[in-house]
Design a protein around this ligand. Structure first.
Ligand code: ZN
Length: 149
């Protein structure tokens, strides 16, 4: 087992068992539910926006380890970012998990980079991106819940 794979497993398991920002955000300015019928993952992402900046972000829901770990890492990474910065991160993350492009150093994906291994498992891409699609939809003020199908 390679070091990266071990690191990947450790971080995913850690974020899964102790998810960061796993709570309802009572003063959220926007929220969105997401559902991945392929795996059964459900998530609600809460965002508190202040002057175009993500002042706080959290999530709740139930799902597989990858969906929980990805949501946990996402909320840790985008807190304090502007909407365009969050969009850029999502673009880099999406390219990484779909195997379209390797992450670059200035993408600042942080822990999220360990999810690069998802690219080897196309059926798990929706698990890894569910919380992101939900957050982006919340940021755009959309009303319809997100479904990955
Ligand atoms: Zn899943």
């Amino acid at each position: 087992m390679s070091e990266l794979r071990e690191l990947y497993q450790e971080l995913v398991l850690d974020h899964n068992s102790r998810p960061r920002n796993f709570r309802e955000l009572e003063n959220a300015t926007t929220r969105m539910e997401g559902y991945n019928p392929l795996c059964g993952d459900r998530v609600t992402v809460y965002v508190k926006l202040d002057d175009g900046r993500i002042e706080d972000v959290s999530f709740q829901g139930s799902g597989c380890a990858i969906s929980r770990a990805s949501a946990s890492m996402m909320t840790s990474t985008v807190k304090g970012k502007t909407i365009p910065e969050a969009e850029r991160l999502f673009g880099a993350f999406h390219e990484m998990v779909t195997g379209e492009a390797e992450p670059e150093e200035d993408d600042d994906l942080g822990d999220l980079e360990v999810l690069a291994g998802v690219a080897e498992f196309p059926s798990r891409v929706k698990c890894a991106t569910l919380s992101w699609h939900s957050m982006m939809s919340a940021l755009k003020g959309q009303k319809e819940p997100v479904s990955t199908e």
